[in-house]
Design a protein. Structure first.
Lengths: 204, 204
DNA sequence: TGAATTTTTGACTCGCTGTTCAACGGATGG
DNA sequence: CCATCCGTTGAACAGCGAGTCAAAAATTCA
């Protein structure tokens, strides 16, 4: 019995892990297709095809297409928030901002959850959209806080914090439009160079 | 006969002007709907509805949906190129860049051809796409040239020209994602402030 | 006014794509 | 070796939305 229970537990856990991995695979696939064809051109079949599945299978893992898109957004936004959380508070504002931005950029250029930031939130129903927007706002606020602190400390020039935040995040979110992973710059290099550029632009 | 010919000529010209105006109206309508619903959510019916027309009418002015989108892109890109052309060569690099960017921003935030820059070019067939890309490249090259000149003149800091160009244009192209025309900032104010921010970031 | 021309309509077709579901195979556990 | 459950299939359906077109309406011109 105990043995049986453990065994059952093991099975379930292994299954669950497999399941989660599959979900992740689908999300990545969706991210890549999204980047290639643009939101307007993505079909469930495209997403499935890329994994050698049929579109029917996708519905075993996700409620519907919107759910799939939503999870993509969620994951991408969560990754950026994670970068914010991770930034070592011991660093001065410029160093800290650099870390946050690099994390954000890596999340966007990496394979994990291809640049969904770009796609329109308009296609997602209000309830789900609110959650994404709330997370995104929290991230933006975090970035602005660092900029503000930098100005007060005298490390950064006296810019309009709100606008500067928008400008920096816009510059970053735009990266997928021109960045080619097969090009000479690795994701890490882009992250480092772009983050350096931004922080350098703020510094005085 | 001569009279008849002249009269016919007049008629044709007036008609053509009306026709062109209508086309422009449709493009503007498409631009606005595009901004509201995102490329994935735009239907021909939406575009027509906004003007009190039926979608059938649109096909009198445009070949198909792709053609409509293409013309939107064309107009927006042309406007930015125009800003580049207009920039007074007598100005120093920083002033000239400021003028170009302001023109570009006004084109994006204005009513004329609402932010199509945002939407994916992927939905447009290769032949047409090439033309848009060529124009966009010409614009980007123009901006980079100014940046380079500024660096050589010593007005701008020694940044990576390519990356700086991408960053600046990204920051600008992202504006429609957060800018609300009904907010406190007029399009001209946004243009002035953002352009100022960019040029200030480059200046050394 | 009447004829000619431009513009708009609205109903129709048709392909595409999201979604469902009953059935199937394959792995897992006993 | 059987029973069970999981994951996948592929066929079917439904609805949406692009595009068509003959006919109607509006406009222009003589």
């Amino acid at each position: 019995m105990r043995h049986g229970a453990v065994s059952a537990g093991r099975r379930t856990r292994a299954r669950a892990a497999r399941n989660a991995w599959r979900r992740g695979e689908i999300l990545r696939s969706a991210g890549r297709v999204l980047q290639e064809r643009g939101l307007a051109g993505v079909t469930m079949e495209h997403v499935a095809e890329r994994l050698g599945l049929t579109k029917g299978s996708l519905y075993y893992y996700f409620e519907d297409k919107e759910d799939l898109l939503y999870q993509c957004h969620l994951q991408a936004t969560a990754a950026s928030l994670e970068a914010l959380r991770r930034a070592r508070p011991s660093l001065p504002p410029d160093g800290r901002l650099r870390e946050v931005l690099m994390g954000h950029i890596r999340g966007i250029t990496g394979e994990e959850h291809g640049a969904i930031m770009l796609t329109d939130l308009e296609t997602i129903a209000p309830a789900r959209r609110r959650r994404i927007v709330a997370m995104r706002d929290r991230f933006e606020r975090g970035v602005r806080d660092i900029i503000r602190e930098g100005i007060e400390t005298g490390v950064f020039a006296r810019v309009d914090v709100r606008l500067a935040g928008f400008a920096i995040l816009g510059a970053i979110n735009w990266i997928p439009k021109w960045y080619d992973p097969r090009g000479p710059l690795s994701p890490d290099e882009v992250a480092a160079q772009m983050a350096g550029l931004m922080v350098g632009a703020l510094r005085r």
